[in-house]
Design a protein around this ligand. Structure first.
Ligand SMILES: [Zn+2]
Length: 184
């Protein structure tokens, strides 16, 4: 089982605040609850900053390391991070491509499923944008939209080609819903 989240760390990375990057405590609570419920927690993000040359992959992996450590210190476990560093118009040539991992394509989740032996039919994608949900559905997971981040503006604007999914206030509510639906 897996749970995939998008915006957990994106803002921290964008702000280059590695020294100060502290995941909010409710985020860590949610991760701990999911861990206890037997879920693997995977963070999936777009990192167009890499494509455009404002962030390096080395920096990103440093940030991922710090976040993993801080979550672990608080008793939680993030199993893995996946990111898409590509963009069709990337400034940095090696990232300029039409890849399979750019949202809403499901490449990142499919890679996670392969690497971590995840059962996608019993997995959930939590995100604050419809393209996160679209990626999750394309990968065979169920979606949950949270109203934090972009979610408040996104919630009423579901694209017609996507089925309705539960919309909840935040990550904690998403977690309770997922545990309840999974019979945990
Ligand atoms: Zn990509």
């Amino acid at each position: 089982m897996v749970i995939v989240m998008r915006h957990l760390i994106a803002s921290l990375v964008a702000a280059h605040m590695i020294a100060a990057s502290q995941p909010p405590s409710y985020t860590i609570d949610a991760i701990r609850l999911l861990n206890r419920g037997g879920f693997k927690v995977v963070v999936v993000t777009s990192q167009a900053g890499v494509a455009h040359g404002s962030v390096t992959e080395e920096f990103l992996s440093e940030v991922h390391g710090v976040i993993t450590e801080r979550v672990a210190e608080a008793g939680g476990r993030i199993d893995s991070f996946y990111y898409c560093p590509h963009h069709p118009h990337a400034a940095v040539e090696k990232y300029r491509t039409e890849c399979d991992c750019r949202k809403p394509k499901p490449g990142m989740i499919l890679n996670a499923a392969r690497d971590l032996s995840l059962d996608l039919s019993r997995s959930f994608t939590i995100g604050d944008r419809w393209r996160d949900i679209e990626m999750g559905i394309a990968a065979g997971t169920k979606g949950v939209l949270v109203e934090t981040g972009y979610g408040k503006t996104e919630a009423p604007r579901r694209p017609a080609h996507l089925p309705p999914v539960p919309v909840v206030a935040n990550l904690i509510d998403a977690t309770s819903l997922i545990l309840r639906k999974s019979g945990v």
